[in-house]
Every structure is written in C-alpha cells, then in structure tokens.
Design a protein around this ligand. Structure first.
Ligand code: AGP
Length: 602
C-alpha cells in the first residue's frame, strides 16, 4: 500500500519520480505528491488528490531538479485530500518526508512532544516529520541523530524517505516492517519501495533492513544501525523486464494478465522440471512436510481462495491433513495446533501485513514455513524458511488473476513432489495435466466474446449476484464472487449451493443473477438441482459446466481437464465476467475504488 520513490543524481528528477510513481500507482491511488530541489537549492512541493496524471499536470515543467522524493497514497489516517497527500513538511519547512505504513503511537507522540505544533494534515505521517524537526530545534540534534531518535520513538510500520531542506544534496531513508530498497547507479542513487518503480534507472538494489538508517548522496550510500555501526551490504540484481511493466496493446492490465495464464502454466512446468523432465522441489521442503502431521495454509483474499483448492490438492494427492485460515483471523484467534504443524503462506505480493503477522508468530514458535509468492525477495519470502516462486511475472491489476492460477498450479506441483517423496502414488501427472490446462485456458479465453455478452445480459444493471457450486466448485465460486465485487462493485456471494435453501434463497427474486459452476461429477447434479430451485423463483440463471456434465441449457461448456485441477479452468470465465461487467459499468478495471494491490497494513 502506498509507494515511495526518491532520486538523487545527475538527471532531471521530475520525470524519474513521476514515472516511478506511475509504476507504483496500483499500490495506492488516492493522492500523490513530489518534493524536488532545483539547482539553486530551492525546494518545490507538488501534491494532488487522485491519480498521478493529475499530479503530472500540476508539476511545473520549467524547474530543473536533481534530487527529490515522491509518494502515491492509499489513505489510512485522514481522508484523501491535497492536505493529507505526501510529502509532508515540518512547520518551519526544514524537513520533508514521505511514508508508507502506519504509525501506531502517533497520538501519544503528539501529546508528549508536539502539543504546541500546528498540524496541517490529519495524517499519522506528519507526526514523524514534525518530531524530527522538534528534535533538531529543541534538542539541537543533527539531522541523522534526530531521524534515529524519531525512529526509536515511533511504533508501527514505516518506510521513510526524508529530505533536510537545508542540505538537499543528501536523502535519508529508514524502515520498519514495510519494504524499502536503495538502488545504485553511476552518478546517482535511488530509493524505492519496490524495485519495479526504478528498474528503468537501475537493476542494482540494496535491501534496507529494520533498524537501519541510510544516507544517500549522488555518489554514495551509507547504511548504519541506530548505534552508528556501519553496515556493508552487497547489491543484488533485480530481474525485472521493464517491458513486463507495460500494458502493451491491451486496454487494461487485468485482461493482459488473464490472457497471460496459459503462458504462466507452461512457464511453471519448465521452472519446476529437472533435466529428466520430472517435477522437482527442494528436498528439505519435502522432508519437513513429510515430518509434519498437518499443513496450515495461511492467506488473505484471492490467495486464501487459492488455499482452499490447495487443501484439496494436498489432501487428495499426499494424504496429509490440511487446514486453510484467513491470516487476519489466525493471528489473533489462533486455533489449537497439532504437534508438528507445517505452515504454507500464500501471497502474490509477499508483503501482506496480515500474513506477515502470522509468520512472525510461526517463526517465534520455531515451526517450519514455506511462502509461495510471485515476488522474489519479498518480506514473506525472506522471513519464511522456504520459498517457492509463482513465476507469473508482475501482476499489476489490483484484482489478482494469474497469481491465483499460478498458486494452484504450484500447490499441485508441490503436492505431487511430496507424494513422490513419501512413496505415495500420485493420482495424476501434474506436468502433463498443466500442459493440457494451458491449452484449455486458451480455448476459454478465445471465447471471451461469449462472456462479454453474458456479462451484459446478466450483470449490467443488477445490484447483487450469486455464484454457487459444491466441493471444488464451491472454492472457485468464492473467488469468482470476490473478483466480481472488487472490480464491478456488484454485491456478490460465492455460496455452497446446498446451503441456499438454509436461508440465502430468501434473497432470490425476479432476475437475480445466479451463476452455477458444475465441474464435479459427484456433486454436479445436486448443484444443477439447486440451480433449478432458484430458476423456479425467478433467478436469471447462468450455468457453466464441464464437458461430460453439460446440458443443452448451459451457457458455456468448459473443455474437460483433470478432476483435481478444474479450478484452473472454471475460474477463467469468472475472471472474464468480472472484467467485462466492470468495463460495461464504466469502472476503472485496474484500480477499483478503495483498494490497493499490496495490503501492507493490518
Ligand atoms: C485480489 O484480487 C485482491 N486484490 C486481494 O484479495 C489479495 O488477493 C489479498 O490482498 C492478498 O494479497 P497477497 O496475495 O499479495 O497476499
């Protein structure tokens, strides 16, 4: 949530900051701002409510500036407004700051130190910059010591980039829990909350750790801990293709990412196959799962929905009991654990605060953990014992699509490898089946016009909708409903079809859209029966079934794939339906209201 960029060097900084913020905009898009220093050491602050495009219009292009910081915001404390947009400045104008995260004790800090200070915003962030100024002015500390003292005083999560306006040839950075990177180059250095934002400038990054402070000039980066001990750390190469960050010929990232799913399936087979063509996963992961008596999958949102399919795969393929938990619930309402738990964290971004909160507890208890993530080097990847990558390429649309299918595919690969390691016969050849699925996804996507038409006939005006299914189809309808509500704003429920008659059917009236997913041969006939019950009560029914289970009345028939992997194919129509419904309703498909891509606050 929120995005930070900073640059100090020999190029004009305006476009570097603005295009960095463009790249990070999917992380938060309520308001944005930049602070830049010109050749005469004069600072200029530009802030705007709304999107980066609005900020870009506001920036004075006649200014030449070679250092600056920028921010795109997802509001936590204080409404989206120009006043609450970052950067924030101390009252004297001495310091300017941008911040990702939440300061938990900002009210206490205000009372303890800043009772006489006039605040210009209602954010927690302004407290940080006012506090630094207060330490400099009242305690006569120099900037770095005031910054360190502020860090010790503040509680919460933060990634910070700071400018001392009296010495703008230096930028300062620090972090706690929220990620922050320092990028290095010839005659310039950068700060970025995500390597993607600055990859056009450099692919060399140094990770900043909690409890460290960095001082950047155009020619040097100094990292020290709070006691002043210098820390040497090598840079790493960020393997991000700047071309992957664009939409190409697609109108929206969401449809581009839906379209990329067959390629992701093929890439995963390639990435996890060894030279003999067998699927392979690090043996220590397999032996720890073998040793465990239960797998606990922890995740949020779409990743949580993928987790339910993962449970099915792990239990059916390996025989290991598996539970799925919402991270935000697990952290504060922890269930009774078995003696030898193994934890799997599913997270596209690898930065989700709710999941991290659980991982911290898991690490404290000394339990083994594995993160499945799309982002190498992300917090959840670094802090878990093991990582498996999703290899889906950057997912920019806020609504997750290709990460969901990649998570399921990697869980299937993991399950097969565990089964083999445990000497259990796997009921399927995952690599072979994923190849079939890649082709099947292509077939469904080729039929996108059918789903556009169905979106118009069923969902263009309705306020609510139901997806129903049983068993493995129930897991998919949970995801289908989440996708529909987040991008189209249609109030949608993903419901176990057998549960309808226990209360929810009271909501069915004339034209209520009810979309049934039927891929499971055992429970499918029951779901069809439930579909008829709602049709009898006036529902505008749409049945999506799998070849072999289809009937004349069905709106779409999915190509047949292996029973255990049907979610990889049945979810595709639901992604397309969400996309087209949002498009026809005139919504911003890639940046739905109130949301942000990477949820780094609890
Ligand atoms: C997906 O469409 C959502 N935007 C959201 O539910 C997301 O899946 C959730 O926040 C978890 O994110 P993560 O996978 O990056 O941890």
């Amino acid at each position: 949530m929120c995005g930070i960029v900073g640059y100090i060097g020999n190029k004009d900084v305006k476009e570097i900051l603005l295009s960095g913020l463009d790249t990070l905009e999917y992380r938060g898009y309520d308001s944005a701002g930049i602070y830049i220093t010109d050749e005469a050491n004069q600072g200029h602050l530009f802030k705007e409510k709304g999107r980066i495009a609005a900020l870009r219009d506001k920036v004075d292009n006649s200014i030449s500036a070679f250092s600056g910081i920028g921010h795109t915001r997802w509001a936590t404390h204080g409404i989206p407004s120009v006043e609450n947009a970052h950067p924030h400045q101390s009252t004297s104008g001495h310091f300017t700051i941008v911040h990702n995260g939440v300061i938990e004790n900002f009210e206490e800090v205000k009372d303890a130190y800043l009772a006489d200070v006039h605040f210009h915003s209602t954010t927690d962030t302004e407290v940080i910059v006012q506090l630094i100024a207060w330490f400099v002015e009242s305690e006569e500390l120099d900037t770095i010591d005031a910054f360190k003292k502020a860090i010790v005083t503040l509680k919460g999560s933060y990634a910070l980039a700071l400018v001392d306006n009296e010495n703008p040839n230096t930028l300062y950075a620090a972090k706690n829990k929220s990620p922050l990177l320092l990028g290095t180059g010839e005659g310039f250095n950068v700060i970025s909350s995500d390597a993607m934002a600055m990859v056009r400038e450099t692919d060399q990054f140094i990770e900043l750790m909690d409890g460290e402070v960095a001082t950047l000039t155009k020619d040097s980066i100094k990292i020290e801990d709070l006691a002043g001990e210098i820390i040497e750390r090598d840079s790493y190469t960020a393997h991000i293709d700047a071309n992957d960050l664009g939409k190409g010929t697609y109108p929206y990232y969401m449809i581009k990412e839906i379209d990329e799913q067959p390629a992701v399936m093929r890439k995963l087979i390639q990435q996890y196959q060894n030279e003999n063509g067998d699927l392979e996963i690090n043996e220590s992961v397999l032996s720890e799962i073998k040793e465990s008596d239960r797998v606990y999958i922890i995740a949020c949102g779409t990743s949580y929905n993928a987790g339910w399919v993962g449970k099915q795969l792990i239990e059916r393929i390996t025989g290991t009991p598996t539970e799925v938990h919402l991270a935000s619930e697990f952290a504060y309402n922890t269930p009774l654990l078995t003696k030898k738990p193994f934890f799997i964290f599913l997270s596209q971004s690898g930065e989700t605060a709710d999941s991290r909160q659980v991982l911290v507890q898991v690490n404290k208890a000394g339990y083994p953990s594995l993160t499945l993530t799309n982002v190498p080097g992300s917090t959840l990847s670094r802090e878990a014992k093991h990582t498996l990558l999703l290899h889906a390429g950057p997912e920019i649309a806020v609504a997750s699509t290709k990460a969901y299918t990649a998570q399921i595919a990697v869980l299937a690969i993991l399950a097969e490898c565990v089964a083999k390691y445990n000497g259990v016969d796997s009921p399927l050849d995952v690599a072979h089946e994923l190849g079939i699925i890649a082709n099947a996804i292509e077939t469904v996507i080729d039929d996108h016009e059918i789903f556009e038409r169905l979106s118009v006939t069923h969902l263009s005006t309705s306020k609510n909708a139901f997806y129903i299914g049983r068993g493995i189809d129930y897991y998919v309808v949970m995801e289908a409903a989440l996708k529909l509500k987040e991008v189209s704003y249609v109030q949608a429920e993903g419901w176990a079809s057998g549960e309808l008659k226990h209360g929810t059917i009271a909501l069915i009236e004339d034209n209520t859209p009810v979309i049934s997913i039927i891929t499971d041969k055992v429970s499918g006939p029951h779901t069809r029966g439930n579909a008829h019950e709602v049709i009898s009560r006036g529902a505008n029914s749409m049945i999506i079934s799998m070849e072999g289970l289809d009937r004349q009345e069905d709106a779409y028939v999915l190509p047949k794939v292996h029973d255990l992997l049907t979610p990889l194919i049945s979810v595709i129509p639901t992604q397309l339906i969400a996309y087209y419904t949002a498009l026809h309703r005139g919504n911003d498909v890639d940046k739905p209201r109130n949301l942000a891509k990477s949820v780094t606050v609890e």
